[in-house]
Write a protein that binds this ligand. Structure first.
Ligand SMILES: Cc1cc2nc3c(=O)[nH]c(=O)nc-3n(C[C@H](O)[C@H](O)[C@H](O)COP(=O)(O)O)c2cc1C
Length: 301
């Protein structure tokens, strides 16, 4: 069974992926955070840089598109195909209040007929394989049956299911029963996503769904970066965080955005350490990157 690193916008960009791969690895495929299409499907420079193969050496990467326009999807996917990608992922999960009203991300799930027409458009003569990352509904998990009927009409390379509705954002328990239904009725390969953060959970999923092709993990890797490889040790984490911080320092201008990135990492990473919560309270208040670096040295060296 494959292990995928979930796309986490603002976190798992090229710099993160390189630092993670160097220090932990164990990932069969990374999914890049979404790019939104704009006029003519041309990606922003920054978005393009993030997925350029030369910036992702040694990493099996699938780029992701979020759009509701067949034409824009085709153009952007075409650009990705030219870069050498053979698969692109469609985002039908983003719950953001600025995205949903535009009928994009999870917002598209509210209009199944339009979604069906859109999928018909993008799967016709697609220049590369298309996988889908979807929530199980907009308001209610019961919507999933209808959505799966739609997905079943298309050659979805892999159907990645984040087992929550849009209204649930990232909170509350996942709807395992929706995955059971999918395992019985999906005509396409499935990937399980949502709240996987222990190796025992992966073992259970393998047992329960012997034909499951993959599991996608996001926040579990941020909380315990080495849990899958069995190396969630302080020395490994320290090296990873040092590499990440240094790479951001080279890449970003000014200390403040780097410190911000580190604080964001620690909102999750605190879970790896018994004193993590206490450390995070201190890190949160820091104003200077030098203060953060000193703190890290004191705790880890
Ligand atoms: C900060 C953040 C950013 C995210 N960005 C994306 C994204 O760009 N594309 C996407 O499909 N999902 C995105 N997600 C959703 C995750 O990929 C994943 O589906 C979700 O976090 C549930 O999996 P997990 O419990 O393993 O984290 C994001 C989630 C978070 C918390």
């Amino acid at each position: 069974m494959n292990i995928y690193f979930a796309p986490l916008e603002g976190i798992t960009g090229m710099i993160f992926r390189q630092a993670y791969e160097k220090n932990f690895g164990g990932i069969d495929r990374y999914y890049a955070p979404f790019v939104t299409t704009r006029d003519g499907g041309i990606m922003k420079k920054k978005e393009k840089r993030d997925i350029l193969p030369e910036n992702n050496k040694g990493i099996d990467l699938v780029p992701q598109i979020m759009t509701n326009s067949v034409e824009d999807f085709r153009k952007t996917a075409g650009q990705m195909a030219e870069m050498g990608y053979r698969e692109v992922n469609l985002n039908l999960g983003c719950p953001s209040g600025t995205i949903v009203p535009k009928r994009k991300g999870a917002g598209f799930l509210r209009e199944p007929e339009k979604l069906e027409r859109f999928l018909d458009g993008i799967y016709t003569d697609a220049p590369l394989a298309i996988s889908i990352k979807s929530r199980i509904g907009f308001y209610e998990p019961e919507e999933f049956r209808r959505l799966l009927d739609i997905y079943n009409q298309f050659p979805v390379k892999e159907l990645i299911l984040h087992l929550r509705t849009r209204e649930e954002f990232y909170n509350g328990p996942v709807h395992e029963e929706a995955f059971e239904y999918a395992a019985e009725h999906s005509k396409n390969p499935l990937c399980y996503n949502g709240d996987v953060c222990f190796i025992e959970q992966i073992e259970k999923l393998k047992e329960k769904y012997p034909s499951l092709s993959s599991v996608m993990i996001g926040r579990g890797f941020l909380r315990c970066p080495g849990f899958v490889t069995g190396e969630n040790r302080a020395d490994k984490i320290y090296q990873f965080m040092t590499d990440l911080e240094q790479a951001y320092e080279e890449y970003m201008s000014g200390e403040v955005p780097v410190l911000f990135k580190m604080k964001e990492m620690w909102t999750y990473l605190q879970a790896s350490f018994p004193e993590g919560e206490q450390w995070f309270r201190k890190i949160k208040k820091m104003k200077k990157l030098s203060e953060y670096k000193k703190f890290m040295r004191e705790k880890f060296e």
